[in-house]
Design a protein around this ligand. Structure first.
Ligand code: FAD
Length: 311
């Protein structure tokens, strides 16, 4: 699908046709090329592909305000097994439903998104939690909101940067903002290995349980945990409206990740480490069933046809 990446943005209708081999960087770039006031609620990393992200849900910094990437799909053109090209009307509402998703701060104002990234600071044997936030409005209103909802973070005007949505895409990807938007069109991924697992959280997790996670974070190199808030638009959409079911009742989704760079004894150690952490979290996350995000592929949750395990 790599070469099928054309994107046609219609500013007047606020819609776009996007080919499935485009990356999110392509989508964000083409929108910004035509308008600095429009955006699209999809994933954070610009090198991720539209085909998989849109068909599995797709959450990002605009999700609390506008829902998932798949919630904002109003039509699609697909090829069926007989080679017919179908659109929403000719595929019917059942199939259109299926292609949109089968693949910690939830009560805040929906204009505010706060993602927490947690990593160990090994030198000091402490834990760093970074509150990456985006507010869809001006700084003064944000300061008032934070004073009401999160006074303990002590947010000051000097901590905030005002920017357009497309500049925020560069910012959250750690990309330079003086080299033009073309950096969004680059498709290189770092060559590292990682294993990730995910959980949905429905009840607040106590500090004692968090302490148990921090202890484990010091037993392995390069672990990370991302808490991705839900609520807002996500709880207004019924869990039956698309195949993506994780809606009302979820405070946030956790992604646990561990990285490594060489294929040797490191692999087994990392895999065992993340499995043990996942087992420790069992009582504190969604149950019966224990839910996971389909796009955070986790082969432990299914069986490979050939019985092999790939990471
Ligand atoms: C670095 C990184 C960051 C991420 N960040 C986010 C994030 O912020 N938010 C989020 O929601 N998810 C995120 N993800 C998860 C992401 O949603 C999934 O990895 C997704 O599957 C990526 O889709 P792809 O098209 O790039 O991958 P692919 O491996 O190409 O596709 C994934 C699956 O979709 C199928 N598929 C792709 N295109 C089509 C098509 N046209 N028709 C039918 N099937 C198709 C493929 O067969 C495959 O099974 C991230 C992943 C990575 C690696």
């Amino acid at each position: 699908m790599f070469n099928l990446r054309s994107i046609d943005v219609n500013v007047d209708n606020q819609t776009a046709w996007v080919q499935t081999g485009a990356t999110l960087g392509d989508v964000y770039y083409r929108i910004a090329e035509k308008s600095r006031n429009l955006g699209y609620p999809a994933g954070v990393c610009h090198t991720v592909g539209v085909g998989g992200l849109f068909s599995g849900g797709g959450h990002g910094f605009l999700t609390r305000k506008y829902g998932l990437a798949s919630d904002n799909i109003i039509d699609a053109r697909i090829v069926d097994v007989n080679g017919r090209i179908l659109n929403r009307k000719s595929m019917g509402e059942d199939l259109f439903w299926a292609i949109r998703g089968a693949g910690a701060a939830d009560k805040l104002n929906e204009d505010l998104f706060i993602r927490i990234t947690i990593e160990p600071d090994s030198a000091n044997r402490t834990i760093n939690a970074v509150f990456q936030s985006m507010y869809l409005g001006g700084v003064d209103k944000l300061l008032q909101l934070m004073e009401q909802s999160f006074p303990e973070l002590g947010l000051k005007k000097k901590d905030c940067i005002q920017m357009s949505w497309i500049e925020s895409v560069l910012y959250f990807n750690g990309l330079p903002n003086d080299k033009g938007l073309e950096v969004l069109l680059e498709r290189n991924q770092p060559k590292t290995f990682y294993k990730a697992k995910s959980d949905y959280v429905k009840e607040p997790i106590s500090e004692t349980v968090l302490e148990g996670i921090w202890k484990r974070f010091h037993n392995v190199e390069i672990p990370m945990m991302v808490l991705f808030p839900y609520g807002g638009k996500m709880k207004e959409i019924s869990k039956y409206e698309t195949p993506y079911p994780h809606r009302e009742g979820n405070i946030y989704v956790i992604q646990y990740i561990v990285y490594w760079t060489t294929r040797d004894g490191a692999t087994e150690k990392r895999i065992n480490w993340i499995k043990e952490l996942y087992s420790y979290m069992t009582p504190y996350v969604s149950k019966s069933p224990r839910e996971a995000y389909v796009n955070y592929r986790d082969l432990d949750l299914g069986t490979n046809k050939n019985g092999h395990t790939n990471y």
